[in-house]
Design a protein around this ligand. Structure first.
Ligand code: NDP
Length: 330
């Protein structure tokens, strides 16, 4: 028997609620690889899966959430993995459609795993998690479209959140000036500690577009917010610059005009971490091991246990989690 956080549905009310309880390996779904989970984390999507309605992501109950985990292979029927291998899992709808990382053991498909890169512990991998992986995928996409240090400031929206914190630290490490947008003025010291050179108040950017083109301010952007802020930012990009659209913390609508694309050659790059092909995942994890300073990563971490998850799920949906949560499931 081992510990898990299980979402159980009350048939009378139709609402799901979290219970930390003991389950056995026979309760787990089928999977080619058994992983002894060391750590998991809390992403925005985890907040949805921990809510009473499952955020439209969870369809069947009982359910074990946790869209990310890192741990050690215990058994494998797939030749790519042998007991003792350190692995990390993000995406593939694990923790949503499949049971995830909020348990001491998980059964998963071998295709979903990535070997942990040298130099990264399972705890550090979960300090990174989907949020950090997505930040790195964004930086890689901006570089693939021409971003290099010296081009000017790179904007990071939702900067004190998970994606934004990791993006800020990576971009600063790569030699970029980073302008960090935050709605929490009290996060300014935290963000400059991660390497931000400029703090931009959220209110400066969340007004709807009045003029389709403004001053050319930004050489690149990692956008975790979407909505009116993304629309506004498109009109402030330098000629030929790119925005990596990652998230929708501020809304899913895009009340923009096409003028920045037509007159300034601005690129809007979509970033998806969930179905990201294996080779690019591997490249991103390896880049994380080399380009994300581990002291900065540690400064983002807030430790937690399975019992803390219901509150943390509500907090992240309310935009109240700073940096990255690392959940020790053991
Ligand atoms: P967090 O909650 O940790 O960060 C989001 C941040 O956005 C908040 O910390 C806050 O930053 C800012 N924010 C929140 N609400 C608003 C608002 N109404 N208007 C403007 N800014 C707001 O979440 P994550 O970093 O984990 O995820 C960020 C987004 O990226 C989410 O929408 C998530 O679903 C998405 N995502 C997408 C992935 C993909 O594959 N495309 C993968 C991972 C995440 P501050 O306090 O600094 O203003």
């Amino acid at each position: 028997m081992f510990n898990a956080l299980v979402m159980e549905k009350d048939e009378a009310t139709g609402k799901a609620a979290p219970v930390v309880k003991q389950i056995s390996e026979s309760d787990l779904p089928e999977g080619e690889v058994t992983v002894a989970v060391d750590y998991s984390t809390v992403n925005y999507k985890d907040g949805l899966c921990l809510s009473s309605h499952g955020g439209g992501l969870v369809r069947t109950y009982p359910h074990v959430p946790g869209i990310d985990f890192a741990g050690t292979v215990e058994a494998s029927s797939d030749a790519r993995y042998t007991p003792g291998d350190k692995v990390v899992l993000t995406g593939w709808r694990v923790g949503e459609a499949h049971w995830g990382g909020y348990a001491q053991k998980a059964h998963v498909r071998a295709d979903w795993l990535v070997p942990l890169p040298d130099g990264l512990s399972t705890r550090q991998a979960m300090a990174v998690g989907t949020a950090g992986l997505t930040a790195m995928l964004s930086v890689m996409a901006l570089e693939d479209h021409g971003l290099a240090s010296g081009h000017g400031p790179v904007l990071v929206t939702g900067a004190a959140g998970g994606v934004g914190s990791v993006a800020t630290a990576i971009l600063a490490q790569l030699g970029h000036q980073v302008a960090a947008v935050t709605g929490r003025p009290e996060s300014a010291d935290y963000l400059t500690g991660l390497g931000a050179t400029q703090i931009v108040a959220r209110e400066e950017l969340n007004e709807t577009v009045k003029r389709p083109l403004e001053s050319e301010n930004w050489a690149g952007c990692v956008d975790a917010v979407g909505g009116a802020m993304l629309a506004r930012v498109l009109g402030q990009m330098k000629y030929g610059a790119s925005v990596a659209a990652v998230g929708l913390a501020g809304g899913a609508n895009l009340p923009a005009t096409v003028i920045p694309f037509l007159l300034r050659g601005v690129n809007l790059l979509g970033i998806d971490s969930v179905m990201q092909p294996y080779d690019n995942r591997l490249r991103a994890w390896q880049r994380i091991a080399t380009d994300l300073p581990m002291d900065k990563l540690e400064a983002m971490v807030r430790p937690a246990t399975l019992g803390d998850l219901p509150q943390l799920g509500a907090d992240i949906l309310a935009g109240q989690v700073q940096g990255r949560v690392v959940v020790d499931v053991n």
